[in-house]
Design a protein. Structure first.
Length: 380
């Protein structure tokens, strides 16, 4: 036999598998109908263990592990198929459906928006990209921005969630869990960091540089080449520029945006000092109440899963089973629980796709804790 013969043999086996798979899923649908009419849960861990034990006995020893992986994937596919017909019973999906079916008001052009920092901050740039006429109110901290939204002082808030080179802003993920706010839109802002100082300052006289830790991280190559210069983290890049502009000794500088040059009457000592030219920060727009605006195709959720082998694999299999594009997976330690983590997922899947309902409904009850942050559109 040559390679073609072996491939033909595989094709013949695959044809049989397809027929049997179709037959199996037909029975799965019948089981689903029975469960729905008798109010029986979709998942049954005892039944899955029983099947895995029976399958393992029928397989050669060297195929047992592979067979169990195959059937665990089969279970996920089957549950996703069942959930397609049961998603309307999910409280979460009912809530999302209500948002989808509400009057499709467009994303507002004008709004009162909370941003962290001062005039010239990158969050301000993000706000002006999302809203045509934003009325911006500043706060010194990220938590302060969220409080301005939850307290009703601002309709929306802008927060940085991740950078293309420095990674995630972990504080934001922790705050999203602590506060009941919802993501309604996101955008990306190109970051071009400048080394700024008060006019008349000489580069060789710089003894201290202030900036936000993320900006410091993003400019680490430039900073590593400097000698006898102290790098001091600051709450915000624009706030750092404002402080440096008032330095009477002309010995400090800030890493800030270009817009700070004119705002604070400064000059550029070194331009575009970020490590990589392609440097973008992703900002989320939050609101007190969940809203789904037209064009929404990205969903953010958080899950806490049991600390057992295969749990994360099982959840990831559900994304694969529904064809959802998992664009971000972030883990954060759970305070007070050693070596246990909560996971954040960003999913790209149309809310009008029936698979979206199936996926969200199933994820809603497969972890110890689940939180839906919102479904929204990202403006590039």
């Amino acid at each position: 036999m040559d390679l073609t013969d072996y491939r033909n043999k595989i094709d013949s086996i695959d044809d049989q598998i397809c027929r049997l798979f179709t037959e199996r899923m037909s029975v799965v649908n019948e089981i689903g109908e029975y469960k729905r009419s008798h109010d029986v849960p979709v998942s049954s861990s005892s039944r899955e263990r029983e099947v895995l034990a029976r399958i393992s006995k029928q397989l050669p020893e060297d195929l047992e592990d592979f067979g169990r992986v195959l059937y665990r994937s089969m279970f996920d596919v089957s549950k996703a198929y069942e959930a397609m017909y049961k998603e309307k019973d999910s409280p979460l999906y009912k809530a999302i459906s209500g948002l989808i079916n509400a009057d499709p008001a467009p994303f507002p052009k004008r709004a009162v928006v909370a941003c962290q920092g001062r005039e010239g901050a990158y969050s301000q740039i993000a706000a002006e990209k999302l809203f045509e006429v934003p009325e911006i109110m500043f706060n010194n901290t990220f938590e302060g921005v969220i409080r301005m939204v939850t307290d009703g002082l601002c309709e929306y808030g802008i927060l940085p969630i991740e950078n293309s080179t420095a990674g995630s802003v972990n504080e934001i993920y922790d705050l999203l869990v602590r506060y009941n706010v919802h993501i309604v839109r996101s955008t990306r802002v190109r970051v071009d960091h400048q080394l700024l100082a008060a006019k008349g300052t000489r580069f060789q006289d710089i003894k201290t540089i202030y900036s936000h830790p993320q900006a410091i991280n993003q400019c680490s190559h430039f900073l590593a080449a400097l000698k006898d210069v102290e790098i001091i983290p600051f709450d915000n890049t624009a706030m750092a520029a404002q402080k440096v502009a008032k330095d009477p000794n002309r010995t400090s500088a800030s890493i800030s945006s270009k817009s700070c040059v004119d705002l604070y009457n400064m000059e550029v000592l070194a331009a575009d000092i970020q490590n990589f030219d392609s440097n973008h920060t992703r900002f989320i727009c939050i609101a007190k109440n969940a809203r789904i605006y037209p064009g929404a195709n990205r969903t953010s959720i958080m899950m806490v899963m049991s600390h057992k082998p295969g749990t994360l694999f099982s959840v990831l299999s559900k994304f694969n089973a529904t064809g959802a594009n998992l664009v971000k997976l972030e883990s954060r330690p759970i305070p007070g629980r050693d070596f246990e983590f909560m996971f954040y997922f960003d999913i790209e899947l149309s809310i009008y796709d029936k698979k979206f309902a199936s996926l969200i409904s199933e994820l809603d009850h497969c972890g110890e804790q689940f939180k839906y942050f919102g479904t929204y559109q990202e403006i590039v």
